[in-house]
Design a protein around this ligand. Sequence first.
Ligand SMILES: Nc1ncnc2c1ncn2[C@@H]1O[C@H](COP(=O)(O)OP(=O)(O)OP(=O)(O)O)[C@@H](O)[C@H]1O
Length: 216
Amino acid sequence: MRVPTLAVRDLTFRYRGSHDELFDGLTHAFTPGKVTALTGPSGRGKSTLLHIIGLLRSPTTGDVLLDGTPVSAARDLTRSALRARRIGFVFQDSELDPARKVIDSVVEPALYAGRSRSDVLPRAYDLLDELGLAERADHRPGQVSGGQAQRLAVCRALLNEPDVVLADEPTGNLDLGNAGLVIDALTRTARERSDTVVIATHDPFVLERVDEVVAL
Ligand SMILES: Nc1ncnc2c1ncn2[C@@H]1O[C@H](COP(=O)(O)OP(=O)(O)OP(=O)(O)O)[C@@H](O)[C@H]1O
């Protein structure tokens, strides 16, 4: 059997000073090419799990595995390099630098990953086009709406061609049209590039459209 790009094994997490243990030893292999929703009641740890999978936090016990290799206990430098090269994040209400143009915000993650601006500009424009933002490329983030900013966050996350895409409530506060564009883009990257896409959500609109659901 093919080793999954992303899996978690025997995962638990406890915030410092808290008595509550999250995840109850969660073991799960996420399917490449599919979109998986993490769902469950408020406070069950959906956002925390995304941060752990995204190597921003380390689990209390257990492991995150990329291509079958445990990576959650790796050195900070190794984890940031993996994040930059392999993982794309769509955070809810992503803060964008109001002083930079939209196109510069989209290109920025590539610069962290050591790629050159000229290399990634064509893909940045393609993504803006795909998400209906082509005519906004030269605007400042202060001049885009909430829905446009969320679609912009998707462009940023996909720019580096990550093979793991993580999205925290990416349709929160979006109307159905914008939510559809966001889910379509995340589904397309799963289908066309075999990316592993994980979305933390309680949005019924999203839950109806994903391939798999992990209930926390
Ligand atoms: N930095 C923190 N320090 C201590 N406890 C925290 C911290 N962040 C979150 N928690 C607690 O950990 C639990 C899980 O939080 P988390 O935000 O991951 O849940 P969630 O399922 O994403 O919730 P929601 O659906 O409301 O966004 C909650 O009980 C929360 O209060």
